[in-house]
Design a protein around this ligand. Structure first.
Ligand code: TA6
Length: 288
């Protein structure tokens, strides 16, 4: 049997934007657009899509891609910056790629420039490592404060859209006893009585001090995903449901039924970095 070779390709895709395609020698693959360093596809060695990508996603510099793993930085959610910050809608640089026997990697960077400093007056460098293993995808985000004297704070999140068969038969866990901010109830904070989140309507919750090990189960398609995080403190669970989905122009008709967002983030307590200090967090996702 011929052994597939792992491969690294730089291609031009939607909207004439560049993306990196990593393929492992067992057939697993991942696609990362330079726009937002957004993972837009992750397929297992059996060719199963783990990540949801909207059929109506808009691929244009300055616009976040709908679906995949958008990087929310330096702000999660609404605030003084545009929603979810600027990292997800900027073009990143491909810093390097590498391949060992069964791991293929790409590193992307985003640095401050004159335009970004007008939005967020700091010098910084963000590095994003995407590492494709035979049975998992690791995405690691690190931030360095490059200011000469100013400290800065930020919130960050890997806004991962997981592909599922039916949101009606999907649950995410474990959350029992955790504090959560419920954006559907005006941002009020509650204590979770349930261990599993199930979906009966728009769901938009930031679980604080979440478990580093999150499980997504879709009974309709017998799908189980595992997310193992390091460094992130919180977990966002989101599905827009029907009405909000209809208002989302870059989401295909009824596609809200086929994804759930379980997002590793550091949101409740922002990260504070002094000049020269750095922060690093990662998530490992796998299909069980
Ligand atoms: O992560 C959940 C959330 O903050 C929701 O409130 C919703 O706004 C979602 O992100 C998508 O945001 P976007 O700006 O990508 O439409």
């Amino acid at each position: 049997m011929t052994q597939n070779k792992n491969s690294i390709r730089i291609l031009t895709g939607e909207g004439d934007l560049q993306y990196v395609q990593l393929t492992n020698n067992n057939g697993a693959s991942v696609q990362i657009y330079l726009l937002g360093a957004t993972v837009t596809s992750y397929k297992t060695e059996k060719g199963e899509d783990v990540i949801f990508q909207s059929s109506k996603a808009i691929f244009k510099d300055g616009k976040a891609i709908r679906g995949g793993i958008p990087i929310c930085f330096p702000q999660f959610g609404p605030g003084t910056l545009p929603q979810h910050g600027f990292a997800r809608n900027r073009l990143w640089q491909l810093k390097s790629t590498s391949a060992t026997f069964n791991v293929v990697q790409a590193i992307f960077t985003l640095k401050d420039d004159e335009e970004l400093r007008k939005l967020w007056n700091n010098r910084f460098e963000v590095e994003y490592l995407v590492s494709l293993h035979p049975k998992s995808l690791i995405t690691e985000l690190s931030v360095i404060n490059k200011n000469s004297s100013e400290t800065f704070t930020f919130t960050a999140c890997l806004h991962t859209y997981f592909r599922i068969g039916s949101i009606h038969q999907t649950q995410v866990s474990p959350f029992k006893g955790l504090q959560f901010i419920d954006k559907v109830q005006g941002g009020k904070q509650f204590t979770s009585e349930e261990n599993e989140v199930t979906f009966k309507g728009e769901t938009d919750r930031i679980y604080l001090k979440a478990s580093p090990s999150i499980k997504i189960e879709d009974k309709s398609a017998n799908i189980q995903y595992q997310i193992e995080t390091k460094g992130f403190t919180d977990c966002v669970v989101w599905n827009p449901w029907e009405i909000k989905a209809k208002e989302t122009v870059d989401l295909g008709l009824d596609e809200w039924k086929n994804f759930v967002c379980a997002e590793a983030g550091t949101i409740g307590t922002p990260v504070l970095l002094k000049p020269g200090e750095s922060w690093k967090s990662s998530q490992t996702i796998s299909k069980l």
